[in-house]
Design a protein around this ligand. Structure first.
Ligand SMILES: Nc1ccn([C@@H]2O[C@H](COP(=O)(O)OP(=O)(O)OP(=O)(O)O)[C@@H](O)[C@H]2O)c(=O)n1
Ligand SMILES: C[C@](O)(CO)[C@H](O)COP(=O)(O)O
Length: 271
């Protein structure tokens, strides 16, 4: 059974608030979120094809950044972008993986694909929830008075859902059959269509970059897991001795003179 991965990367990143759409934000050394994400997919070794969905004005840029992928234009909602990506696939199994989760480890991809191969129609990775969760009444909110708690939710039965989300092609097509269907994830559409959804173990590294705080953490992840544990860029050495012209979190001296590129050392990167 062949596997395609659709990568929705056409969002604007409003909550992130950067000058460029989120997938095109630099995580350090000139490597974008999109590149980290596609590297991670390729490194997982599960994909026969990768279809990246980007804002229409960034199609050429995406082709340059991720030449191994097919690039198509997205829509104004995530679900529309996913549908545009699905149209570019013909595999038996389709994974949908947010560009915004660039560090998802290979194990997560394997768990999802294995579960679909074993007969589950729709599979999502998820993590137990660590916080105490309370349902509130938003209507009770005054201008500065907070909200009334309705109840405390039983977190033992809750999972925080990540991507990649895996489907048989037929199940994903059925989930998206209603072209007006909008949901925060594809499994939500599957549930609505009556398709059973199965959860496998996710991973904290599959975190989603949504806010400036997430971006800060993501850049730290890249900095700490690049060769020799240092911030590197396209001009770095194997030992990670030379880093880019911007200073590192530790304030190390940097320059641009070495010959080997960061891209040559992708296997040591987190994604
Ligand atoms: N019209 C859209 C909206 C979102 N996405 C993608 O869906 C994933 C999850 O969306 P999210 O993290 O919410 O990204 P944005 O929509 O860009 O963020 P925001 O809501 O803050 O604008 C991201 O990889 C994003 O690029 C997409 O392909 N097309
Ligand atoms: C698809 C997703 O990443 C799964 O966790 C998430 O639902 C996207 O949600 P967002 O609120 O649209 O970012």
């Amino acid at each position: 059974m062949t596997v395609s991965v659709v990568v929705p990367a056409a969002g604007s990143g409003t909550r992130l608030g950067e000058a460029v759409p989120k997938a095109f934000v630099d995580l350090g050394g000139g490597t974008t979120i999109l590149e980290h994400c596609v590297d991670g997919i390729l490194r997982a070794g599960v994909a026969d094809t990768v279809v990246v969905v980007v804002p229409v004005h960034l199609i050429d840029e995406a082709k340059r950044l991720v030449p191994a992928a097919t690039v198509v234009a997205g829509g104004s909602h995530r679900s529309e972008s996913v549908r545009a990506g699905i149209a570019g696939t013909d595999s038996d199994i389709v994974l949908v993986h947010d560009a915004a989760r660039p560090f998802t480890p290979p194990d997560v991809f394997h768990r999802v694909v294995d579960a679909v191969r074993h007969g589950h129609l729709a599979v999502v990775p998820g993590l137990p929830v660590a916080d105490t969760l309370k349902e509130v009444d938003p209507a009770s909110a005054g201008h500065d008075t907070g909200e009334a708690v309705i109840r405390t939710v039983d977190r033992e039965r809750l999972r925080a859902i990540q991507t990649p989300q895996g489907f048989t092609r037929a199940a994903l097509m059925q989930a998206h059959a209603d072209a007006s269907g909008l949901a925060t994830d594809d499994a939500g559409l599957a549930e609505r269509a009556g398709i059973p959804v199965h959860v496998v173990a996710g991973d904290p590294l599959a975190m989603k970059i949504t806010t400036p705080w997430d971006l800060r953490i993501a850049r730290d992840v890249v900095a700490e897991t690049s060769p020799a544990g240092r911030v590197v860029d396209k001009h770095s050495t194997p030992a990670g001795r030379v880093v880019d012209k911007h200073s590192t979190p530790a304030g190390r001296v940097v320059d641009e003179r070495s010959e080997e590129t960061y891209r040559d050392h992708r296997t040591e990167r987190p994604s």
